[in-house]
Ligand binder design. Structure first.
Ligand SMILES: [Zn+2]
Length: 383
């Protein structure tokens, strides 16, 4: 063991050095190179050795440059609002509306997206940017570029504090329009200046677009390695308040293997013997669940309603078992199979101790429950 640990040290050091260079490369155009040295086997071995590999694995990294459109010169063509019109926080009326601009209001038109212009105008306290229908602005906008946003990239404020969203790329000349919380997922549309991202984020009233300082946005390194367990839903309960993350979704929503490994299909239940001698089973705890083992780690997908083809999830009632039932939980073992990353594992549900359809997703390193956000990102997850 000792020998092995020592042999790992130079490797670990080299990796940390490479990581530091990556992080501090700043505006280098070399692009992001996640994990230039380590392999799946290295990672598993480090975990197995019990090494606390906080740098770099627990650290978030800046959003990779290759996923964000390069800085472009935006137009600032003067125009005039030609009729009372609503400003939205995005290029459609499905976004949160900001206010109504009166006829005659002077604006700058920055770019065109669909049937909307991104405009900038003055408000109390500074300037703000928003979207109005192209038909509501008078001016000569032939030179205004069409938006070229990359809306595929997640960003994640993982710094542990609230970050302010501004109405434009400056803290001094634009007003604040909202905020995002720790680990809230936002979409980075564009790098709109050396230290600003143009982003879209969720609010309870709809989506908004605004600007955030790049230092507030980062992604966990490990998302390059592991996929999302689910592609939709809203986070309803977070790690820290319990052993995993709950994602509210309708029953039957597909869940996927976050990485290759061995999927084991199980049901937690308690049994009671009725007065006529027959036995009745009640789903308890995780109900129907999948344990995906990868290396010495395990991902748990709980409260499922169905399993992948070949494995049948029972439909036991999930009410509290009556008195006389087993005092400890039993497990029905349905079998296991090797799966690849992205393999369909089953459908979400409400089995076991669950008060509504949701996915409980949990990660264990050995026997230690850890924050799943260390490994994966979820679908759009407010708060
Ligand atoms: Zn849960």
């Amino acid at each position: 063991m000792m020998k092995k640990n020592f042999s790992l040290l130079p490797f670990l050091f080299a990796f940390m050095l490479a990581f530091s260079i990556t992080v501090f490369a700043g505006d280098s155009e070399e692009g992001f190179k996640p994990n230039p040295n380590a392999t799946e086997a290295d990672f598993d071995e480090w975990i197995y050795q019990g090494l606390k590999i906080d740098p770099p694995y627990d650290k978030a990294t800046p959003v990779p440059k290759e996923f964000i459109n390069s800085v472009g010169t935006m137009a600032a063509v003067s125009g005039t609002i030609n009729k009372s019109t609503t400003v939205y926080y995005g290029p459609s009326s499905t976004y949160v509306s900001r206010e109504t601009l009166a006829q005659g209001k002077a604006v700058s038109v920055i770019e065109k997206e669909g049937s909307y212009y991104l405009i900038e105008y003055s408000v109390a306290g500074g300037n703000v940017r928003g979207y109005v229908l192209t038909t509501s602005v008078d001016g000569n906008f032939s030179s205004v570029p069409v938006a070229n946003n990359n809306i595929n990239q997640f960003g994640l404020n993982i710094s542990g504090s609230t970050a302010t969203i501004y109405g434009g790329p400056s803290t001094s000349s634009y007003v604040s329009i909202g905020s995002v919380s720790k680990r809230e997922i936002i979409t980075v549309l564009k790098n709109d200046g050396s230290s600003w991202y143009h982003v879209e984020y969720w609010t309870s009233n709809g989506n908004k677009r605004g600007y955030i300082q790049t230092s507030n946005v980062s992604v966990p390194w490990l998302i390059y390695k592991y996929n999302k367990p689910i592609t939709t839903g809203t986070r309803t309960n977070d790690y820290g308040s319990h052993s995993g993350i709950d994602i509210g979704v309708s029953s039957g929503t597909t869940v996927y293997a976050i990485t290759s490994g061995t999927a084991k299909f199980r049901t937690a239940y308690k049994e009671v013997t009725l007065s006529d001698g027959t036995k009745k089973r009640y789903a308890v705890s995780y109900g129907n669940f999948v344990e995906l083992t990868f290396g010495s780690n395990k991902a748990i997908y709980a409260h499922l309603s169905s399993f992948m083809s070949g494995y049948t999830a029972p439909n036991y009632p999930n009410t509290v078992p009556p008195s006389g039932a087993d005092s400890s939980t039993r497990y029905l073992e349905h079998g296991s199979i090797s799966v690849n990353q992205g393999t369909y594992l089953g459908g979400t549900g409400n089995s076991g101790y669950s008060t509504g359809p949701h996915l409980h997703f949990e990660i264990r390193e050995g026997s230690t429950v850890v924050d799943p956000f260390k490994y994966v990102l979820f679908a759009k997850m407010p708060w």
